[in-house]
Write a protein that binds this ligand. Structure first.
Ligand code: F6R
Length: 611
């Protein structure tokens, strides 16, 4: 949600900023802009639209300075137009800021500024902040750093900001409260960014800013301070763990299809070193020390958003089945504001690809406050949720850039299986069940590759059904969350309205939607086969068009549809890994055929770091 980048060093800042913004564009693409310092004067270029629009709007011989900041926006306050694009500046154009987050008290600050004769020109909360900083500077006559620090103490809300000013032209200040920011430490050069993707090209050395910290970056070095206490904080330099090619398209048309195709590998990575086939054991170092407390828990709550919520629903089925403890799944946005029954007998699991989703992070903090043990299932190493949970398991899916989440989903399901297995073994659950599941886990990468290799069958279905307005996805048991995920994938990238339902729920309302125009995707497995068949019959009787994703093909199923995709049959706790992939491909191919911007779907952004 909004990408931020900053640079100070000997390179041409514009080049670093633009290439950084391209890498960050998956976080928002409503507008883009940069500000650079040119002979102690700020120069700003910005435009609505994508980074490509920004590039074509900047004259080639401009922006020659070595210090600068950049932003790609996902609009929160104000429409996505040129005026609301970042960087924002004060009326005197002495300060320039980029911001990710929401300043909640922007209205009262705006009224205050107006009473001082300072009128904002844009609709954004960000401009209010930079005008306020400028006002404090002129009133209090403090240093740039002290001015920013004091201003931030007055701010309510969330921010990741990077700011420059004419008065101290060789300084960049970055500050974080609620929106992620990290520093890249190169040889005589420094970077700031919302994530490590713009930095990895230049250095692997990074520092994560923690909540309430402010970094002052100068050509001679950097320091990090606590905003409230104004004391220096010593920070550990960490290493970026992935490689540059993992965040590039590598010959694919879109990140989404690259990431779908990577799933045999990413699932192998999420399993690697975690199962011992000889001993039939599961090893998860990240939760090892906490096992007694986890095993003693009287209830488990899983909290997440979007696709991660769907994998969590599968996770709840797995944990409840294997452990025989009550497991609830809550949308993080509901959990954080609802009266929740969570206490020191609870384990609360937060699931998040980015590890930065604002609602999931807030839900985890609330669970901690209520005494629960918190466990993170996270992809991005060092992200806020990974750092704030008591313990956790990384999914190791590698960077996910496509806005529509794919490989994170399958890796999350793997991790739920591993956690379920580990806890089940410790609880002494039937060894045969555990052995079957471990054996099938080991086979998953090859089976996933098989499903991906037969993807052309999905393409022909996509060609048949790309021109419809609605889709229904139906599944039972472990396949119901898959139905939800299939529908989400389709709607978010193709803009076709789609709903996922438990197959039997169809009779309680959605059946009214069925006519000759309506494709209905059924997820069929041997478990509950007869029941799903009755549901297929009900749709057929009303003229609906049937698409079947099934672990088997037989004459009975063929009599209902020509559009059948078969996937290998595995343990039901793992089946979602194979039935989901055709649905990812279906959504992808339909979106491409419709000419939709698959990696940058309208109104969306990866990593929702605001409420
Ligand atoms: C859908 C999608 C979103 C995310 C959701 C949670 O394809 O990507 O629904 O799953 O925003 O994001 P994370 O997992 O980063 O917390």
């Amino acid at each position: 949600m909004c990408g931020i980048v900053g640079y100070l060093g000997n390179r041409k800042a514009k080049d670093v900023l633009i290439s950084g913004l391209k890498r960050l564009e998956y976080r928002g693409y409503d507008s883009a802009g940069i500000a650079t310092m040119e002979s102690a004067k700020l120069m700003i270029s910005k435009t609505s639209g994508k980074v490509e629009d920004l590039i074509s709007s900047i004259p080639a011989d401009s922006h020659n300075g070595n210090i600068g900041i950049g932003h790609t926006r996902w609009a929160t306050h104000g429409r996505p137009n040129d005026n609301n694009a970042h960087p924002h500046s004060d009326n005197a154009k002495k300060f320039s800021i980029v911001h990710n987050g929401i300043i909640e008290n922007y209205n009262s600050l705006k009224i205050f500024l107006k009473s001082k004769g300072i009128v904002c020109k844009s609709d954004t909360d960000t401009e209010v902040l930079v005008q306020f900083i400028s006002y404090i500077y002129s009133e209090k006559k403090l240093s740039f750093t002290e001015t920013v620090r004091l201003a931030l103490k007055e701010v309510v809300g969330a921010y990741g900001i990077v700011i420059m000013c004419d008065y101290e032209p060789d300084v960049i200040i970055a500050a974080r409260f609620g929106s992620p920011l990290l520093l890249g430490i190169g040889d005589d050069e420094f970077f700031v960014a919302s994530d490590s993707s713009p930095i990895i090209e230049y250095t692997r050395n990074i520092i994560f800013l923690d909540e309430g910290e402010l970094a002052v970056i100068k050509p001679t070095g950097y320091e990090v301070r606590d905003i409230n206490e104004n004391i220096l904080v010593s920070k550990e330099i960490e290493k970026i763990k992935y490689d540059l090619e993992e965040i590039e398209k590598g010959g694919y048309d879109h990140f989404m299809i690259k990431e779908i195709n990577e799933q045999a590998h990413t699932v192998a990575e999420s399993i690697r070193g975690r199962i011992d086939l000889e001993e039939m054991k599961v090893m998860l170092g990240g939760i090892y020390d906490w096992l007694p407390q986890i095993l003693d828990a009287k209830h488990i709550t899983i909290t997440a958003c979007g696709t991660s919520w769907h994998s969590s629903l599968i996770g709840s089925y797995i944990l409840e089945e294997l452990l025989k403890v009550p497991v609830k799944v809550e949308y993080a946005s509901e959990f954080r504001y609802r009266e929740t029954f969570v206490n020191n007998d609870s384990v609360v699991i937060g699931v998040s690809q980015s590890g930065e989703t604002a609602d999931t992070l807030a839900a985890i903090r609330k669970a901690k406050d209520q005494g629960a043990l918190t466990l993170g299932i996270v992809n991005v190493v060092g992200s806020s949720i990974a750092r704030e949970t008591n313990c956790g398991v990384y999914i190791h899916a590698g960077p996910e850039i496509g806005v529509a989440s794919t490989k994170a989903f399958t890796a999350q399901v793997v991790i739920f299986n591993l956690i379920g297995l580990l806890l089940a073994q410790r609880k002494g659950v039937n060894a045969n069940i555990c052995q079957d599941l471990i054996n099938d886990l080991d086979k998953m990468p090859n089976l996933i590759q098989e499903v991906i290799d037969s993807g052309h069958n999905v393409l022909s279905i996509a060609k048949h059904f790309n021109n419809v307005d609605n889709f229904l996805y139906l599944g039972r048991g472990y396949q119901f969350p898959v139905a939800l995920e299939g529908a989400l994938k389709l709607k978010e990238i193709s803009y076709i309205h789609a709903e996922g339902y438990p197959a039997a729920e169809m009779k309680h309302g959605p059946i009214a939607l069925i006519d000759e125009e309506m494709p209905v995707v059924f997820l069929v497995t041997e478990k509950g086969y007869d029941k799903v068949l009755s549901n297929i019959e009900e749709v057929c009787a009303r003229g609906g068009q049937i698409i079947i994703i099934s672990t088997m093909i037989n004459d009975e199923l063929k009599s209902y549809s020509d559009h059948i995709i078969q996937v290998p049959k595995v343990h039901h706790c793992l089946q979602a890994l194979l039935t989901t992939i055709p649905l990812q491909l279906l959504a992808y191919h339909i979106a491409v055929i419709k000419g939709c911007d698959v990696d940058m779907p309208r109104n969306l952004a990866k990593s929702v770091t605001v409420e």
